[in-house]
Design a protein around this ligand. Structure first.
Ligand code: SF4
Length: 76
């Protein structure tokens, strides 16, 4: 499973961080959400792998995002 953000729609409110702080961050310098995992930072439209242990909270983040700009797919 992979997750990615469309930063063009992100308003930086941070509901994703509330739901899954292990994966999502909001960068104060640009006010946008990013995904951080495995020592890497993923920006707009950059799919990041999901640790299976975090899948439920990542789904919560996508459901809670007011902009509906968090996407999950089942690609490897
Ligand atoms: S919840 Fe959505 S709109 Fe809010 S910071 Fe996260 S990705 Fe951006």
């Amino acid at each position: 499973m992979r997750v990615w953000i469309d930063q063009a729609e992100c308003t930086g409110v941070g509901a994703c961080v509330d739901a899954c702080p292990q994966l999502f961050v909001v960068d104060r310098s640009d006010g946008l959400a990013y995904i951080e995992t495995g020592g890497l930072r993923y920006g707009s439209h950059q799919p990041a792998p999901i640790d299976p242990a975090l899948l439920e909270s990542v789904i919560d983040a996508a459901e809670d995002c007011p902009q509906d700009c968090i996407f999950i797919d089942d690609a490897a």
